[in-house]
Design a protein around this ligand. Structure first.
Ligand code: DGL
Length: 270
């Protein structure tokens, strides 16, 4: 890659949902995407593991001279963004967190489901975000053990039974969805893997329950930080370098299926 790329990372393929929004917002930018699949999932690991992995990956991307770093992972953002900001003060660093505020303004019933990893929901950062919402709505929090991992596997094999079974179990545990008083009408997807299960969630909950993720908001924020003025006459399509610390097959399959990217991608040891 010639110009400076934007670095993006996640524990695995989930951050591709953010990368998709980033590419739509900035089609001429180059991206380096790292899936830390060799050390995933993050969501059921302790914060020290996620912090150490986030630091190692950020260091690698900074060494590649990225011009901005997008933490396309709610779990890593909760565990590590404060420290990474302190370690890389000059670098625009964009994190992702569950879309509670947009959900509160959209919900009519005032009852909102939040699906996220156990680690995100237990973090101080999430607790502070929840407190900031005050009494604007009632949030029903659902840790979704195993769901990110099931989505990774389904990307590789096309086999969706486990993903559907987990989506069924977790949405049932949250209670009634619908538009009557006391029902959940809005569902926050608080893990970047979950947008890739949207079609299953819609089939379970009906087409009108609103599913919210933060991909587009992150893309807008990143664009504001890295593209103060649009680049005139640049019609070249940006390139994407895909790297993984695990087996490339899931990443390649997901990038092909969900983003239409050509096969390719390397293995990274960090
Ligand atoms: N995609 C990640 C997130 O947004 C976490 C998945 C995992 O558990 O590794 O939280």
């Amino acid at each position: 890659m010639t110009g400076q790329a934007i670095g993006v990372f996640d524990s695995g393929i989930g951050g591709l949902s953010v990368l998709k929004a980033l590419r739509a917002a900035m089609p001429h930018e180059d991206f380096i995407y790292i899936a830390d699949s060799g050390h995933a999932p993050y969501g059921e690991r302790d914060a020290a593991h996620v912090l150490a992995r986030s630091r190692a990956i950020a260091r690698h991307l900074v060494d590649q001279r990225v011009k901005a770093l997008v933490m396309a992972c709610n779990t890593a953002t909760a565990a590590a963004i404060a420290l990474l900001r302190a370690e890389h003060p000059g670098l625009p660093l964009i994190g992702v967190e569950p879309a509670l505020k947009p959900a509160a303004s959209l919900s009519k019933t005032g009852r909102i489901g939040v699906m996220a990893t156990r680690s995100t929901l237990a973090s101080d950062k999430f607790k502070a975000l929840l407190e900031m919402q005050g009494s604007s709505a009632t949030f029903v929090l659902q840790p979704c053990d195993g769901l990110a991992h099931a989505i990774e596997r389904s990307a590789e094999t096309g086999e969706t039974a486990e993903t559907i079974a987990l989506c069924t179990r977790y949405t049932q545990a949250m209670g009634q969805f619908g538009f009557e008083k006391g029902q959940i009408d809005t569902l926050v997807l608080g893990c970047t893997h979950y947008p890739f299960a949207s079609e299953h969630l819609r089939a379970l909950l009906g087409p009108e329950v609103q599913l919210l993720d933060n991909g587009e908001a992150i893309a807008r924020q990143t664009r504001r930080l890295v593209l103060p003025a649009p680049v005139a006459n640049d019609q070249t399509e940006g390139r994407v370098q895909l790297l993984t610390t695990g087996q490339p097959s899931a990443l390649q399959a997901a990038a092909g299926r969900w983003l239409g990217l050509p096969a390719g991608g390397g293995v990274l040891t960090v």
